[in-house]
Design a protein around this ligand. Structure first.
Ligand SMILES: C[S@@+](CC[C@H](N)C(=O)[O-])C[C@H]1O[C@@H](n2cnc3c(N)ncnc32)[C@H](O)[C@@H]1O
Length: 257
């Protein structure tokens, strides 16, 4: 089991942490509506984006490595109307090891999942996978973070982002915080979330996230046979600048017009 699989052992905590996000869902739903389905979502998780896609009439095929996230997605799918259920297909798999056929016009890798590619060979394997499933005029869409010197300069002993959540079933308070440290040699941002449910054992969620510099990503895409077709510095479409922390990408094969 990979460290990132352990990080996704608690889909309920994942939902508490990220359920307020909406801009990325709107972005991927608008793209999918404009391009039509089926869409392949790599790192589909427990359906934060796949369910809104399916509710918007888009057929979604999802791949994820985490059995826990896929099980939770199935639980949510089972609660949907049958016509929504019929639009979602998932399977457990590693997005670095796909082998065709070339059947998708649109492949998504949303919500920073590329940061799980901790070595540059993982990114090249991911790009080879995408190449094997993408139709000749296909596009590969992802979003990630650009390096953030303030975030990476955090004091590892400090607790940041104290938050109180209500347990979705019991209503019980769950207190959480985050700690992190950056390894500039491996370019890994180590993040640790701690969740303390009242009277219960704390849970820790650890993420090792590879940080990509702008020119490094361009080089990786180039080596993998791809290039950027469009980019933005936020889901509102703003330009990428030296101050951007988010990077929204539309990627195409290099040979295409
Ligand atoms: C940040 S979550 C995104 C989940 C969902 N797309 C969303 O937006 O909420 C990243 C997901 O990628 C999955 N993942 C990480 N590395 C993977 C790999 N090599 N192959 C397949 N899935 C992977 C994790 O299990 C996790 O569910």
């Amino acid at each position: 089991m990979d460290a990132s699989d352990l990080a996704y052992r608690h889909p309920m905590l994942y939902d508490l942490e990220y359920s307020a996000l909406a801009a990325d869902i709107e972005h991927y739903v608008a793209l999918a509506k404009a391009r039509g389905g089926p869409v392949l979502e790599l790192g589909v998780g427990n359906g934060r984006i796949a369910l809104p896609l399916a509710r918007a009439n888009i057929e979604v095929h999802g791949i994820d490595r985490s059995q826990d996230m896929l099980r939770d997605l199935q639980r949510k799918v089972d609660a949907e109307p049958v016509h929504v259920q019929a639009r979602i297909r998932t399977r457990q798999g590693d997005f670095r090891h796909l082998k065709g056929p070339r059947s998708y016009r649109t492949v998504f890798l949303p919500f920073n999942a590329i940061h799980h590619c901790t070595h540059h060979s993982d990114v090249l394997a991911l790009l080879a996978s995408v190449d094997s499933v993408l139709l000749p005029d296909g596009r590969f869409y992802l979003d990630c973070y650009l390096p953030d010197p303030i975030l990476h300069g955090r004091d590892p002993s400090q607790k940041y982002g104290h938050t109180d959540f209500a347990h979705p079933v019991t209503g019980q308070n769950i207190h959480s915080w985050e700690q992190s440290w950056y390894d500039p040699i491996a370019q890994i941002h180590h993040v640790e979330y701690t969740y303390i449910p009242e009277g219960e054992t704390p849970e820790e969620v650890k993420l090792d996230l590879r940080v990509f510099h702008y020119q490094e990503m361009l080089a990786l895409l180039d080596w993998g046979g791809f290039r950027i077709a469009h980019e933005a510095g936020g889901f509102d479409g703003r330009d990428v600048t030296a101050k951007s922390s988010k990077w929204i990408l539309c990627i195409e094969r290099k040979g295409e017009a």
